[in-house]
Design a protein around this ligand. Structure first.
Ligand code: NAD
Length: 494
């Protein structure tokens, strides 16, 4: 077996040599790390080198998974869970190094990266412990001397295709339920963040996961991802990423009647009502809009506010935005870097376009040039925009929020729902009646009252509706197991 090394001297003159990512295929580390990933906060530093996977690598990984899966499924579920729990402990022991790698490859803050490592650890423990949980029911039968039970069976081999914004947590929350249920997995992580997935693979490998049960193949989505989606041996695909790519993959999986779960884009809104405390509402919106540099599918990007609170709320939001000064996540910045130059240009173009169409830039920027040696974008607040302006309707995926006035609650609710997306929605109010009504009528998979739209516990179902999701199976919590298993009903006569 090839040994796994994390460092190489190929980044001379800096304190941060690039880390190496490898494929993990059939229990062996493979591939020549040749694709450079620059640290978005320090463009002069190479954060990672990873292999450019091919369709042949994907094929080999699927073959390894197919070979390994039956023996894995025949292990008692608590024994499968114990390996996940051991992997959690290894992630915990290695947390500092993993969080540092995560900051260097993705650009988020150290606090956010450390939180993500803790989340991945907790996810592995949560699903590992489900190895001990009952997975079926005992039901009465109309026939004498007969018992009916239900079982959940693994499907076989799953492909997981994941984005760069939570490069450790998302692979963990997809892989853990798949594995504890007895499936084998091939993960295709985002090209921009190969290290985090490699750390997850290393923890599972070192925890004693049998060879071939968990495989990672790095590389381009349209090469490796596409090959996995089209492979008839892959029973299902769990994808998180953009709506355009997700819908493309949906067509491929649907055509061969394979199981598919898509979690995609968002344009999440918060409705701020007159009875909300302006400072508290601004803190809710700022955390949702500027936390994680706005690069969360659950980030707040639209705010609808009623006239009585509008002035005070906007002043408070602009004031609080100033606290999210962007910088290197390893230097204690409150907001990290933008992930790539393409994303930085996209953030700036979205703001510039809105301003050209008449929007008011209350704070922030439309400058898409790298500055201070990194990809930094100021927290940005826009106002006075038409309801159908692209800055209101299209996902930006940056620290940009647009504030629109609405006359009352009903108009605000209608505006929140007037979106092709439906991932999260929030309301800031002291009215229990309106909060309850909003929870019922908001068209979103997750509703938050007086809390930021981003951030969910690991034990609760997560997913969207409309173009945010396939809206079939939910991720996270116990319910996540359903996607990775099929139901069987057994009649037992004695
Ligand atoms: P992306 O769609 O560009 O890429 C996601 C993954 O798909 C990557 O691994 C990529 O390599 C792969 N891919 C790209 N083209 C492919 C193809 N033709 N076939 C197979 N795989 C392909 O998304 P991104 O830029 O990495 O992430 C940002 C997007 O992810 C945003 O739209 C965001 O809203 C979404 N997101 C959604 C959630 C959620 O839970 N709903 C969570 C995080 C991110």
């Amino acid at each position: 077996m090839t040994s796994f090394t994390t460092e190489t001297p190929r980044n001379p003159g800096t304190a941060a040599p690039p880390a190496l990512a490898h494929h993990l295929i059939g229990g062996s580390w493979a591939g020549e790390p040749s694709v450079e990933r620059r640290n978005p906060a320090r463009l002069d530093q190479i954060a990672a080198l990873s292999p450019a996977g091919t369709a042949a690598d994907a094929d080999t990984a699927v073959a390894a998974a197919v070979r390994a899966q039956p023996a894995w499924a025949s292990l008692p579920a608590p024994a499968r869970g114990a390996i996940l729990i051991k992997a959690a402990s290894l992630l915990e022991e290695r947390a500092e190094g993993i969080a540092t790698d995560l900051v260097r490859e993705e650009g988020k803050t150290l606090a956010e990266a450390s939180g993500e490592v803790r989340r991945a650890t907790d996810v592995l423990r949560f699903f590992g412990s489900l190895g001990w949980a009952a997975s079926g029911e005992v039901l009465p039968s109309s026939l004498p001397g007969t018992t009916v039970t239900t079982r959940r069976e693994p499907l076989g081999v799953f492909a997981l295709i994941t984005p760069w914004n939570f490069p450790l947590a998302i692979p963990a929350w997809k892989a853990a339920p798949a594995l504890v249920a007895g499936n084998a997995v091939v993960l295709k992580p985002a090209e921009l963040t190969p290290l985090s997935a490699t750390h997850l693979a290393r923890a599972l490998h070192d925890a004693g996961l049998p060879a071939g049960v968990f495989n990672v193949v790095h590389g381009k989505g349209r090469v490796v991802g596409e090959a996995l989606a089209r492979d008839g041996r892959v029973a299902g695909l769990s994808f998180t990423g953009s709506t355009a790519v997700g819908l493309h993959l949906n067509g491929i999986l649907d055509a061969r009647r394979a199981r598919v779960q898509l979690e995609m884009g968002g344009k999440n809104a918060v409705l701020v009502l007159d009875d909300a405390a302006p400072q508290a509402a601004a803190a809710v919106v700022a955390a949702g809009a500027f936390g994680l540099t706005g690069q969360a599918c659950t980030a707040t990007s639209r705010v609808y506010v009623t006239p009585g609170v509008r002035g005070e709320f906007v002043d408070a939001l602009v004031h609080q935005a100033a606290a999210y000064a962007p910088g290197d996540g390893l230097d204690g910045a409150r907001m990290g870097a933008v992930v790539s130059e393409a994303q930085l240009r996209q953030d700036a173009a979205a703001v510039r376009g809105a301003v050209e169409r008449g929007a008011r830039l209350l704070t922030g920027t439309d400058d898409g040039e790298p500055s201070r040696g990194g990809l930094f974008f100021l927290p940005t607040v826009l106002a006075d925009v038409d309801a159908d302006d692209p800055v209101v309707t299209d996902e930006i995926f940056g620290p940009v929020v647009v504030v629109l006035e609405v006359p009352d609650y009903e108009a605000g609710l209608a505006s929140v729902n007037a979106s092709r997306y439906g991932l999260t929605a929030g309301i800031c109010t002291d009215s229990l009646a309106l909060a309850t009504d909003f929870a019922e009528r908001a068209q979103a998979g997750v509703v938050k009252v007086n809390r930021p739209t981003s951030g969910l516990d690991l034990n609760v179902p997560f997913g969207g509706i409309k173009d945010s999701s396939t809206n079939t199976f939910r991720e996270q919590g116990r319910t996540a197991i359903e996607f990775y298993t099929w139901g069987k009903t057994v009649y037992l006569g004695v």
